[in-house]
Design a protein around this ligand. Structure first.
Ligand code: NAD
Length: 479
């Protein structure tokens, strides 16, 4: 497989780093002895992992909050020190995405995932006394991790959940188990080195759908957090306990006639091309007002987008769509091309395009399967509309009611407001690439678990805690 130049540079730098610093083998989780595995939180059996996490939780909540904060500071630093290594590892293992973008995702998760500060208590006082509201841990959380963010989701969920006083048992995606487990081990080692207990994060060496089932049904798991497609969300919902589910999306991006087209085009290419479109929030279809459609396309082409035409569209669609579904319903992408570079996809239809091409886009009609399918690859459909109201109405339909992510480029505040209201999504981005909704070039904290079907939205430490109220009657109003 041909690797893009950016990625190649990072792979070489990473290898040189390793030689220079004589660092541990990237395959470490596979080579660990049983004893070491236990220290690192990687077990061969799911039940053992859950028991270890239960013991660890008792120790973890005994630590003073200042200590918890200090350990989380050390975790952030350990991730930053290993950014290239874990990013290269995730790409090498899964074959998905782009290393440069994975570095940004992991950096974002390390730096912008809220910690203990997110749990600030609040109080009410009046003539009846003092009521204190505090955030308490659930206990042991079961967390199911996707292949598309195998390291950034571990960092993000890991920090948020332990900040809330929980410990976590992960079931990584089987195709991403080594990079997820490496990240889990790294965090565990950092916790132990910083004076915390072992096994605060646990996982198993050979995760499967069956081990996910054990995790979901285990009585010691108080809360399930699942990040993935419709099947895992349904499986978790069916198991009868509290679930925070981060499901699939199909984010439409509307472009209106008042948009700054140069910026909109740049943002769309950067956003839709980010990590080759495997991030759930990435722009998946462009819905543009006819009056400015040609200009938008020209501007996109100036920003490393290639427009597919005629037969090229049919050939690429046949290649990347495994199940065309039917109009109004989702199909399925061909997994072979999920997360692959635009140039690789182009080569498969004997099309030579510049190496720096980030996305392929194609003008199609409303029924086209690329519009209705969460493709998770850098082939983006573009549909023309007579007016922005039609584009917005259509955006609601092709988002499938996931209430995940949508975006608009417009300088008409009435349009910005109308679409935000109509979409009713957890994330709505105006005049920026969709990834700015994750705090990457946009204000706010970061998360890689956007809880859509269960409604918690962009998750954070407080999402993974229980609210507790403690009431003192008659005293302690002291003003
Ligand atoms: P996937 O659904 O194939 O797998 C996700 C995880 O669920 C994996 O660990 C997998 O082993 C497990 N799993 C799958 N089916 C299961 C079942 N029936 N029972 C138990 N476990 C099961 O998804 P993926 O390809 O790894 O990730 C891409 C999908 O995840 C996309 O749909 C994307 O939108 C979604 N996603 C959503 C968010 C979000 O924040 N909402 C974040 C990342 C990814």
């Amino acid at each position: 497989m041909k690797i893009n130049e950016d990625d190649l540079k990072l792979i070489i730098e990473n290898v040189l780093d390793k030689i220079d610093r004589n660092e541990a083998d990237l395959k470490k989780p596979d080579n660990l002895s049983t004893q070491e595995s236990k220290r690192d939180g990687i077990f061969s059996d799911m039940n053992q992992a859950i028991s270890a996490a239960e013991i660890a939780q008792i120790e973890w909540i005994k630590l003073r909050l200042e200590k918890r904060k200090e350990i989380i500071r050390c975790i952030r630093q350990a991730i930053l020190d290993n950014l290239k290594k874990i990013s290269v590892f995730a790409k090498e293992e899964t074959g998905l995405g782009r290393i440069k973008d994975k570095v940004e995702k992991n950096r974002l998760a390390a730096l912008k995932t809220p910690g203990v500060e997110d749990l600030a208590p609040s109080a009410y006082t009046n003539e009846y006394g003092l009521t204190l509201m505090e955030r308490a841990p659930f206990g042991v959380i079961g967390s199911i991790i996707p292949s598309t963010n195998p390291t950034s989701s571990v960092i993000n969920n890991g920090i948020s959940m332990i900040a809330g006083g929980n410990t976590v048992v992960f079931n990584p995606h089987p195709a991403a188990k080594r990079s997820s487990n490496f990240t889990i081990s790294l965090i565990n080692q950092t916790i132990v080195k910083s004076g915390g207990p072992k096994n605060v994060l646990c996982s198993i060496k050979e995760p499967t759908i069956d081990s996910a089932g054990i995790l979901m049904k285990h009585p010691k798991i108080r809360l399930l957090v699942v990040t993935g497609g419709p099947a895992v969300v349904k499986a978790a919902m069916d198991c009868g306990k509290k679930v925070i589910a981060a499901g699939p999306g199909n984010p439409p991006c509307v472009v209106g006639q008042t948009a700054d087209l140069e910026k909109a085009a740049r943002d769309i290419v950067n956003g839709a091309g980010f990590d080759n479109n495997i991030v759930c929030v990435c722009e998946k279809e462009i819905l543009v007002v006819a009056q400015i459609a040609d200009k938008l396309k020209e501007e996109m082409k100036k920003n490393n987008a290639y427009e597919l035409r005629g037969e090229e569209i049919e050939k690429v669609t046949r290649l990347v769509i495994a199940d065309a579904g039917r109009p109004g319903h989702e199909g399925a992408p061909n997994k072979k091309y999920v997360g692959k570079d635009a140039c690789l996809i182009a080569r498969e239809i004997a099309l030579t395009i510049p190496e720096e091409t980030r996305i392929l886009f194609c003008e199609v009609n409303r029924e086209h399967p690329l519009v209705w399918t969460e493709q998770l690859l850098p082939v983006i459909p573009l549909v023309r509309f007579d007016c922005i109201d039609d584009a917005m109405d259509f955006a609601v339909k092709c988002e499938h009611g996931f209430k995940h992510t949508a975006s608009i480029h417009s300088r008409n505040i009435a349009h910005l407001s109308k679409m935000a209201n109509m979409m009713n999504c957890s994330l709505f981005i105006k005049n920026g690439p969709n990834y700015s909704g994750l705090g990457f070039g946009g204000a706010g904290y970061s998360s890689f678990t956007i809880a859509t079907p269960t409604g918690e939205g962009v998750t954070r430490a407080r999402t993974f805690t229980r609210e507790r109220r403690c009431v003192l009657v008659g005293y302690f109003r002291i003003v």
